[in-house]
Design a protein around this ligand. Structure first.
Ligand code: SF4
Length: 253
């Protein structure tokens, strides 16, 4: 099965995201590499090549290269409503992520004052104060939440050493503008019903994000046993989970 190609440039899009609208994407991974502290079973970029929480010796784009790419991207795409750290890996693993958050905010203020700054993160680096502080500066810090207990977290997200469920949850709790994103799916491994769903609702109740976004996998996925959840089921989960957790839960499909 052909998976998505890794991004070729720092800036991509704007992509019309199901959850963010017109979003100008920033990919901070070294060219041609997926660097992530997770190796999610459904990742559309395939298996994680560099599976670590603290990458060393990699050819990440430097701050000036990223600054220039963002400046050009913002000038060219004035229609963007979000400027989002995302890409084919975990953006907070860039060694200068905290400085790059300041760069994005400065350029947004100068060139796209109506846009919001955002990051799609797996939350595992929030255990580092520098990353937590940087994420707190963004308008929309979004954290992946696919599982409500450490065992399922381990089997779905396949974290590297040091990337624990407990630390991720602790970090997410320290983000006042937190939104969560969850990929729900069916199959031999599933997180949309029974105990897995109840545990996930329990964590939402504890985290109280401003919004919990749910969606299902999009093709292609690397594991053919992963089954997509149909829109009507997603909608039902959103309504029930929202009611139980006292949180706004929105389904995207
Ligand atoms: S966190 Fe994102 S980039 Fe990393 S493995 Fe999971 S889906 Fe892929």
């Amino acid at each position: 099965m052909k998976l998505l190609e890794l991004k070729k440039k720092i800036i991509y899009g704007p992509v019309h995201s199901r959850r963010l609208g017109e979003s100008l994407g920033i990919n901070l991974c070294p060219k041609g590499k997926k660097v992530c502290s997770f190796d999610c079973v459904y990742c559309q970029y395939g298996r994680t090549a560099v599976h670590t929480l603290e990458p060393v010796g990699l050819d990440f784009p430097n701050v000036e290269e990223v600054r220039e790419a963002i400046r050009e991207g913002m000038k060219e795409h004035q229609e963007s409503v979000y400027v989002t750290f995302s890409g084919n890996g975990e953006p907070t693993l860039h060694p200068d992520f905290a400085d790059l958050v300041d760069v994005v905010i400065e350029l947004r203020d100068e060139l796209l004052p109506n846009a919001q700054t955002a990051a799609l993160s797996n939350g595992t680096a929030l255990q580092f104060p520098k990353i937590l502080n940087a994420m707190r500066k963004l308008d929309v810090p979004m954290i992946k939440l696919d599982a409500g207990n450490p065992d399922l977290f381990g089997r779905i997200n396949r974290p590297c050493e040091g990337a624990t469920f407990e630390k991720m949850i602790e970090g997410a709790k320290a983000l006042p503008k937190l939104k969560t994103q969850s990929v729900l799916f069916d199959g031999p491994l599933q997180n949309h019903s029974g105990q897995p769903l109840d545990d996930w609702v329990g964590v939402l109740t504890e985290l109280r994000p401003l919004e919990a976004q749910i969606y299902s996998t999009q093709r292609p996925v690397p594991d053919l046993n992963i089954k997509v959840i149909p829109p009507d089921r997603l909608q039902k989960i959103a309504e029930e989970a929202g009611r139980k957790a006292g949180v706004e839960v929105n389904a995207y499909f």
